[in-house]
Design a protein around this ligand. Structure first.
Ligand code: NAD
Ligand code: TYD
Length: 353
């Protein structure tokens, strides 16, 4: 029994691999290209652990993936690997199409050939779990009901369009070839090991350095925040009990405006590492993101009712855990905020007045 996890050196993938091995003891093979977002330090706790193998490689390399599948014969593939940052997709969409669409296509083809070579119980038990996002559903108005699994797709950014494309491929590989797939569409995650280009870790890292906290537009956009450990638990539940071909929406039922999130972070930091005058004064409103989606919200009724999943953390408890983790891991932040990261910050925020 082994899992193949793609993108396991990234934020959610690493949390998943660490939680999975701790919770089940079942071996994991991690396949990751180690882009700017992939970091082996995220998996350092598994160094020398015989239950974990790391392979550097691209999901778009069909031959390499086929060889891995033949060698390890995983009972499931959990597919996290992706280009994941909306702002980067606006600056350069090519990598998003290549990895999220073409890469997922090649991975599906390798998975299908592997699955078709299996027989009996092994074939029946095989699963391909595709990790996706609520952003494929587009943007909600203030009073609209939350996204359900039946909401029509309306992606607005190159990132969400590429994820929507991958979701459609996964669906079609089930419908046409019978591949036993599962898809999860999750809301915004936060927690340990999140790359500090995303809202929560960027604000923590900037605040600790006394730098401006750049809030896009009016800061009144709404996201539905979920602690990463709760997302990992949801994926475990879907892998164990989800029905092949089905989609499960995952969300924290914790809608907050961006400015509220930034203020909550400032206050949590002030409690743990007080700064003269506090952190809120560092907030700066900057030019909005082009095509910025106003609101995302997930209706998680299906996964709650069918699989008994519910988040363990509230927004407040999850955020407090996250702030404590970043304070205890400043060396990790310093390590990732170097080289390529600095260039990104200069280009992206340099042109944002
Ligand atoms: P991340 O950017 O932190 O990590 C992505 C990982 O994939 C990195 O380790 C990177 O090296 C690897 N990777 C990229 N291209 C690859 C390729 N071609 N082959 C192999 N590996 C490759 O992303 P994340 O935030 O951990 O997101 C993981 C998944 O969850 C993504 O599919 C994303 O769309 C989805 N998701 C993320 C969120 C969120 O809030 N972060 C919410 C919902 C869904
Ligand atoms: P982000 O973490 O990039 O996730 P997503 O775009 O996938 O939701 O951004 C979360 C929200 O925070 C989004 O509405 C954009 C906003 N934001 C800022 O206001 N300032 C920033 O510097 C960043 C990175 C994001």
């Amino acid at each position: 029994m082994t899992l193949l996890v793609t993108g396991g050196a990234g934020f959610i993938g690493a949390n998943f691999v660490l939680d999975w091995i701790a919770a089940t003891g079942e071996p994991v093979v991690t396949l990751d290209k180690l882009t700017y977002a992939g970091n082996l330090a995220n998996l350092a706790a598994l160094e020398g652990d015989a239950r974990h193998a790391f392979v550097r490689g691209d999901i778009g390399d069909g031959e390499a993936v086929a060889a891995l599948l033949a060698r390890h014969r995983p009972r499931a593939i959990v597919h996290f690997a992706a280009e994941s940052h909306v702002d980067r997709s606006i600056h350069g969409p090519g990598d998003f199409i290549q990895t999220n669409v073409v890469g997922t296509f090649r991975l599906l083809e390798a998975a299908r050939a592997h699955w078709e070579s299996l027989a009996g119980g092994e074939r029946d038990a095989f699963r391909f779990l595709h990790v996706s996002t609520d952003e494929v559903y587009g943007s909600l108005g203030e009073a609209d009901p939350a996204f359900t699994e039946r909401t029509a797709y309306a992606p607005n950014s190159p990132y969400s369009a590429s994820k929507a494309g991958s979701d459609h491929l996964v669906r079609a590989w089930h419908h046409t070839y019978g591949l036993p797939v599962l898809t999860t569409n999750c809301s915004n995650n936060y927690g340990p090991f999140q790359f500090p280009e995303k809202l929560v870790p960027l604000m923590i890292a900037n605040a600790l350095e006394g730098r401006p906290l750049p809030v896009y537009g009016d800061g009144r956009q709404v996201r539905d925040w979920l602690y990463v450990g709760d997302h990992c638990a949801a994926i475990r539940a879907v892998l164990a009990g989800g029905r092949p071909g089905e989609v499960y929406n995952v969300g924290g039922s914790a809608e907050r405006r961006n400015l509220e999130v930034v203020h909550a972070l400032c206050d949590a930091l002030q409690a743990l590492r007080p700064r003269e005058g506090g952190y809120r004064g560092l907030v700066r409103f900057v030019a909005d993101r082009p095509g910025h989606d106003r609101r995302y919200a997930i209706d998680a009724t299906k996964i709650r009712a069918e699989l008994g999943w519910a988040p363990a953390e509230t927004f407040e408890s999850g955020l407090a855990r996250t702030v404590r983790w970043y304070l205890a891991n400043e060396a990790w932040v310093a390590q990732v905020r170097s080289g390529e990261y600095r260039r990104w910050i200069e280009t992206h925020y340099g042109e944002r007045k």
